[in-house]
Design a protein around this ligand. Structure first.
Ligand code: MG
Ligand code: MG
Length: 265
């Protein structure tokens, strides 16, 4: 079933979500050439646990071995952090973080540039951010889940990039993954109708090539089937009568008046 959350419950989800927004501000400084994904995982876990009661929601979820998922270049999602996975200049790294606080979950992802990335990679990151912005804007009462996927498709059309279809967004609440599924492709007006109180993780994943994916032999890491680079941006968003409310935005950017919490850090 699809849950509708009260204003107080949405505030509670937002308290955990704000930890992720602040963590991503911190990671902007920590993601540099030479750092390992294992070290970034340690930074994330310590940052989350420094907030009383907060725990990394993905740690042990379905048996996942890290505190957060860290995926490099052609890896799309579910990368396992490792001390021997060293980031190099020009890489991109997607960090996907879940937080549970006071029994409420939040979920957000951001793809960081490591040092100087090439123009094509920057275009991928900008397009994926724009797809998330458009998808979030579609999360209003009266729209349907299909309007969210349609907004992603409209943003990506003509860019030559692939939209990963086999992985989807989802409801968020007491569990990290709740109903409904929120695909990144869709038709406006189709799917469950959006109502005030729904809380959704909206998370477009794009590639510079194919939309097909495969899973590595570690049984976790999902990569693009053609090895092209992939980006992933995600926010937990509440559908409200006042419009979409991003619950995992950057504190720093919110203070600077950037509404979406995205844009150039
Ligand atoms: Mg996520
Ligand atoms: Mg998610």
């Amino acid at each position: 079933m699809i849950h509708l959350r009260s204003a107080a419950e949405i505030d509670a989800i937002g308290r955990g979500g704000a930890i992720i927004g602040a963590l991503f501000d911190e990671l902007q400084l920590r993601v540099t050439p030479g750092v390992s994904t294992g070290e970034l995982d340690r930074v994330c876990e310590e940052f989350i646990r420094a907030h009383p009661g907060a725990v990394p929601a993905f740690q042990g979820l379905y048996g996942f071995p890290g505190a957060v998922c860290i995926s490099v270049n052609e890896e799309i999602v579910h990368g396992i952090p490792r001390p021997d996975r060293i980031l190099g200049d020009g890489d991109i790294v997607s960090v996907d973080v879940g937080v549970t606080l006071d029994g409420w979950c939040s979920d957000s992802a951001y793809t960081f540039e490591v040092g100087e990335v090439d123009a094509e990679t920057r275009r991928l990151l900008r397009t994926t951010q724009a797809a998330l912005d458009a998808a979030v804007a579609a999360a209003v009462p009266g729209n349907h889940v299909g309007d969210i996927g349609a907004a992603v498709m409209a943003t990506v059309e003509g860019t030559g990039m692939g939209i990963v279809r086999d992985l989807v967004g989802h409801g968020v609440g007491r569990e990290v993954h709740e109903e409904p599924q929120v695909p990144n492709v869709g038709r406006a007006g189709y799917g469950p109708q959006l109502r005030a109180g729904m809380v959704l993780a909206i998370e477009p994943m794009l590639s510079l090539g194919t939309d097909r994916i495969k899973t590595l032999s570690d049984r976790w890491t999902v990569v693009t089937a053609d090895g092209t680079r992939s980006a992933h941006f995600e926010h937990t968003v509440a559908v409200t009568t006042d419009g979409p409310r991003i619950l995992t935005g950057s504190t720093r950017q919110a203070e600077a008046g950037v509404e979406s919490g995205l844009g150039t850090p």
